[in-house]
Design a binder for this molecule. Structure first.
Ligand SMILES: [Zn+2]
Length: 336
């Protein structure tokens, strides 16, 4: 009898546990459904709200009012892109074929990196000893294996690159600032939720062309060592960003001085010299007279008054500040 009672208690207890489990599972399902439902409602309402807003007269009038400003930003954006492209197909210093082999045996090391190789990456496959030396003395080995001569032409090439890369970097930041200022000045007209949660779409709807902030345009040199069996490998990439280009120019400059042992006088286009020229010219374009006082986010560039191609030198007296618009039209005139 006692045994039977105990058994009964156990059955009831088990049933209760079962019930509790069932209730829990059901509640979870109900809550999940409710969450999904509410989320969908919010999502649908949000898209309806957005599409109504972007079609509204209010939005269209904002768009109309800022169209000149937007065009100017898009032109600057396009200008930045042309600067990036200037160096992509221009590989006059490279006689090494670029190897874009994505399946190198079992070599998994830095596979992701291989996938990210772009048009502007120079790759040299080398022995382990060259690889080690290249890591110790990157500039020396870049010159040696990518056939870069220590001469005036090289300095000019990298000085131009430094100028262009600086403009790209500054231009991207300035574009962002221009956009943020614009949105800030229309704070009252553009609803908070649109500004806060739909900024990308807003940018697009206002006709701003997307700013490409990837660093793919940056030229780089890679030394790559792969073991004989292809099972292991190492790679070392030197990205020619503004700082590296600046040091590289100095390296070449010193090398010329040593080999020539003659007086080799010339100023180097360093970021400091660029800044100095802008300050000297009072952050004002020497051609059209526009300054950062009139246009706070104005992209200013450094121009050789007599172009290097025509024998002009990198000297304070031959350098001037130009706004990107004037510099762009000057560049176009020389080409024709
Ligand atoms: Zn100008």
């Amino acid at each position: 009898m006692l045994k039977f009672l105990l058994f009964l208690v156990e059955v009831i207890a088990a049933a209760e546990v079962f019930n509790i489990i069932v209730i829990c599972v059901l509640s979870i399902i109900v809550i999940a459904c409710a969450v999904v439902f509410v989320k969908s409602i919010i999502k649908i309402s949000w898209s309806i709200y957005k599409s109504v807003y972007y079609k509204s007269d209010k939005f269209n009038s904002i768009k109309k009012n800022i169209s000149v400003f937007v065009n100017d930003c898009n032109e600057l954006n396009a200008y930045i892109e042309t600067l990036k492209n200037k160096y992509i197909d221009n590989m006059e210093y490279d006689n090494t074929p670029i190897i874009l082999n994505k399946n190198i045996g079992n070599w998994n090391f830095a596979r992701e990196h291989i996938d990210s190789y772009n048009n502007n990456e120079h790759v040299y496959d080398c022995s382990l000893s060259v690889f080690k030396n290249a890591r110790e003395h990157p500039f020396k080995y870049i010159c040696k294996y990518f056939n870069i001569q220590a001469d005036e032409e090289t300095i000019e090439y990298f000085e131009n690159m430094l100028n262009d890369y600086s403009s790209i970097e500054q231009g991207i930041v300035l574009l962002q600032m221009k956009y943020n200022d614009l949105i800030e000045s229309h704070k009252e007209d553009i609803p908070y939720f649109i500004r806060k949660y739909d900024s990308k779409q807003l940018e697009y709807k206002l006709n701003f062309r997307k700013v490409n902030i990837s660093r793919e345009y940056i030229m780089s040199y890679t030394f790559r060592y792969i073991s004989a069996g292809g099972n292991s490998g190492q790679s070392c990439t030197i990205e020619f960003d503004v700082d590296t280009i600046s040091s590289f120019i100095e390296y070449i400059y010193n090398k010329i001085n040593v080999t020539r042992s003659a007086k080799y006088q010339r100023q180097l286009m360093t970021p400091r010299l660029r800044e100095y020229i802008k300050e000297r010219d009072n952050y004002t374009c020497c051609k059209c007279g526009i300054s950062i006082r009139q246009e706070p986010h104005l992209l200013l560039e450094i121009d050789h008054i007599i172009p290097i191609a025509n024998g002009g030198l990198t000297e304070e007296s031959n350098l001037q500040t130009l706004c990107w618009r004037c510099n762009r039209s000057k560049g176009a005139k020389i080409e024709y």
